[in-house]
Design a protein around this ligand. Sequence first.
Ligand code: ATP
Ligand code: MG
Length: 370
Amino acid sequence: MTVNDLSLEGFRSYINAGALFCPETNIITGINAQGKTNLVEAIYYLTCGRSFRARTDGEIINFGCNEAAIKAGITSGGREQTVEAHLYRGRRKTILINGVKQKTAASLSGRLTAVLFCPDDLSMIRAGSAARRRVMDQCLCQIRPRYAEALTEYGRIYDQKSRILKDWREKPSLLEALDEYNDRMAEYGAVLIYYRARLAEALSERAAAIHRDFSGGAEELSLSYRTVKTDADPLTLKPEEIMLPLREHQASHKRAELESGTCLSGAHKDDLEVEINGRPAKSFASQGQTRTAALSVKMAEREILAADTGESPVLLLDDVLSELDAGRQDFVLNRVGGGQVFITCCEDDRISQKTGGRIFRITDGEIRPV
Ligand SMILES: Nc1ncnc2c1ncn2[C@@H]1O[C@H](COP(=O)(O)OP(=O)(O)OP(=O)(O)O)[C@@H](O)[C@H]1O
Ligand SMILES: [Mg+2]
């Protein structure tokens, strides 16, 4: 899978910019705040119709514009295709694939896939559970349209339920809607749990093999999915069957939720527990070990996307290579094997010499080949 050309209008810092990329390594350089991460964000947006760092589409439209467009020519499924996202202030976005307007962004699923790797990911093992949920969400949203839809709905319901739990004392009538929200939260939560349980298994298997390789067989990495504690095994059940136990768990926490004013039960608390040699990595692993484990998880994500679509996903390395020592840089670059890569780095970085590839420099909102 490759991004062959990209055009950006009114997207973040770009008023009107474009570039032709090469199918191997593309190095995006430029001083701070020129738009390197914005470029990576635009490519990522086309994988699933959402940004990895903005909460709303409004944020990513240029401050002075009312709409934005991201358009790319890609090679996917052995043929050249086009994908476009048009974003508007105060109106729903539209997605076009090969010029045809799509009903929802979910139809982007599997068309263009990418693994994004940024400095925050390097600390995913020691960070809070949100960082590890993000890994699962980013991977699943690109290949499972039902998951992407459920995640959006779940987020919406979570926000509304949180508001009820926060304000019910001042406005008790809000409680009338609580049961309805609980039902819907269990319904969509069950979909998230169903897919996450399966992904965690696949990630664990692949990440363990990669980590074994990198540590010369000295370390055994394992990932286990932690979700709402019920008797239901999400690996053997359908989402409809997971829903009821989730609803019961919520009911048993109703009083505590009302008292604390927060959502205590649900998939929004899920986690991936990471162990190295049988011990929780979060508490016992060294800084270097947790970084290597994070690399293994990311590389495993790449393998899973490749296995699912039959093509190498695009690898987006945002500012991350310069954070790694030479051994880990090689580890990442040697595993990329043939796929397209975008690497952002500062201008004076030596990475461009090491990796080869086409170099671009971003200045004044333009992306120019060097
Ligand atoms: N909606 C927007 N409209 C206009 N400009 C924006 C918008 N959102 C972000 N920007 C601008 O984009 C710039 C940041 O771009 P970006 O994060 O891509 O920088 P970068 O080149 O990756 O920098 P660094 O090297 O520091 O990571 C900031 O100057 C910011 O003000
Ligand atoms: Mg950046």
